[in-house]
Design a protein around this ligand. Structure first.
Ligand code: FAD
Length: 414
């Protein structure tokens, strides 16, 4: 911590923690409604990432450099950007502490620092990743390495992993498998490969409707599913991975597996400064009402994005709808008016089952299907691939981050 700013207090009105998908889209939408608002965004990173395209980068279908832009370019001009990280929140005194020693006060707080990828929870992973055939599409640094490995592999054992949920875009671990297998199939080498998908949970996908069409692809690619199997340790030089496997009687055994290719999805947790704050629920997530996204104990606080305690799929698609609800509800609160909009848990997972085709899974709370288009959502379609690989990235930078609220129909409070 630098001593330079120690004790300095900055007074904010609307203060937003995080300038990721949720933070920037929310601020842009709010300023479209009321351009004169005094908004401060606290965000340490000089870069802003479009994470949903990392799956495509790992599948050789997208350029890595198109997934990142300078934060200064995406930050709405009328917002004040404090380039620092929040290290402590005191919601009782409405005061934040930054990692450079400054303090920020607020009238309203919008919490959207995303989640933390806990790479360290898998022993040996940090030393191994990026070499020895160990990779992850969950990291900007390694998504291109996935494609390098996939493109070079001619045979052997390929292992894909999925940790315990919640994780962001719960379909992304299997998207990596499908795109890799599709490439190996087209190259005629899939027959030389033993492909295994190790999932910490007991189901291929959380919404049952989508399991049968996904199983068809698992069968097409001759991949084996290993349920209740959690990656706990990796040794790069010997290309060995260890899994904690839960049996039928809940007995746990440790199984070692050799690999030539290992795609890892890290465990995912709430950021420490949220987990340790009075805003957290028992699991560490920011505890908001699932429909209003207002904090359950501190009415001047809202949250959106991956940090929320809500049970929706943690996706940018969810953020697209949450932004409208929080923007409207925050303005209503400030005018002492009732909330008019509610969030229905919408999230979307475009499952890239082959290069050129996507099963567009869109669903809300309790797995309720919420398709945007009047088409059977269980069918893999070229149109949905176009949406995922071309339209949505364009719309993200030119629409969502600029406060243009397309495809954001939300429910009214009953
Ligand atoms: P982020 O976008 O992660 O932003 C959080 C921001 O908070 C960051 O800029 C960070 O620097 C900042 N921050 C962190 N700590 C602090 C702090 N202490 N103080 C201040 N700021 C802080 N979504 C889809 O809709 N469709 C998909 O197909 C899809 N696929 C995905 C595939 C992969 C491989 C990954 C990784 C994600 C995918 N997602 C997808 C999920 C989507 O990217 C996230 O749900 C979305 O980015 C969440 O937005 P957020 O603002 O909550 O978090």
């Amino acid at each position: 911590m630098s001593n330079q700013h120690l004790g300095q207090i900055i007074s904010g009105d609307i203060v937003v923690i995080g300038g990721g998908t949720a933070g920037i889209a929310f601020v842009a939408s709010l300023l479209k409604r009321e351009p004169g608002l005094n908004i401060t965004v606290i965000e340490p990173s000089a870069q802003h990432y479009y994470q949903p395209a990392w799956t495509l980068v790992g599948g050789g279908a997208y350029e890595l450099k198109s997934t990142v832009r300078p934060m200064s370019v995406v930050m709405p001009r009328r917002a004040h950007w404090l380039q620092a990280a929040v290290s402590h929140i005191n919601p009782e005194s409405r005061l934040l502490t930054l990692d450079d020693g400054r303090h920020v006060s607020y009238q309203n707080l919008i919490v959207c620092p995303g989640l933390r990828l806990a790479w360290e929870k898998i022993e040996g992973l940090q030393a191994a990743i990026g070499q020895y055939g160990v990779t992850s599409n969950y990291s900007y640094q390694h998504a291109a390495y996935t494609w390098q490995l996939v493109n070079g592999l001619r045979g052997g054992k390929a292992i894909f992993t999925q940790p315990a949920i919640p994780i962001k875009c719960a379909g992304a671990p299997q998207k990596a498998l499908y795109l890799s297998c599709d490439h190996w199939l087209r190259q005629g080498v899939l027959k030389n490969l033993d492909v295994e998908f190790n999932l910490a949970g007991a189901a291929l996908f959380g919404v049952a409707t989508f399991v049968p069409p996904l199983m068809k692809y698992i069968e097409k690619y001759r991949a084996r599913l290993a349920f209740n199997s959690t990656l706990v340790k990796v040794d790069g030089p010997s290309q060995t991975a260890w899994f904690s496997v839960k049996g039928a009687a809940d007995e746990v055994t440790l199984q070692a597996k050799k690999f030539d290719f290992l795609h890892v999805v890290p465990p995912q947790v709430s950021p420490d400064f949220i987990r340790q704050s009075l805003l957290a629920n028992a699991e560490g997530w920011c505890e908001v009402d699932p429909h209003s996204l207002q904090h359950v104990r501190y009415s001047e606080v809202f949250a959106l994005g991956d940090v929320c305690s809500t049970s929706n799929a943690k996706t940018a698609a969810a953020v697209r709808k949450q932004v409208v609800v929080v923007a409207e509800n925050l303005l209503a609160l400030r005018k002492q008016q009732p909330f008019l909009l509610k969030y229905d848990g919408y999230g979307s997972c475009p499952l890239t089952v082959e290069k050129g085709k996507v099963i567009l899974a869109e669903f809300g709370y309790a797995g309720k299907l919420l398709p945007t288009f009047p088409l059977d959502p269980t069918v893999a379609r070229r149109l949905a691939w176009y949406l995922k690989a071309s339209f949505l990235p364009w719309f993200y930078w030119n629409g969502m981050l600029k406060g243009r609220e397309w495809l954001t129909r939300v429910s009214k409070v009953d």
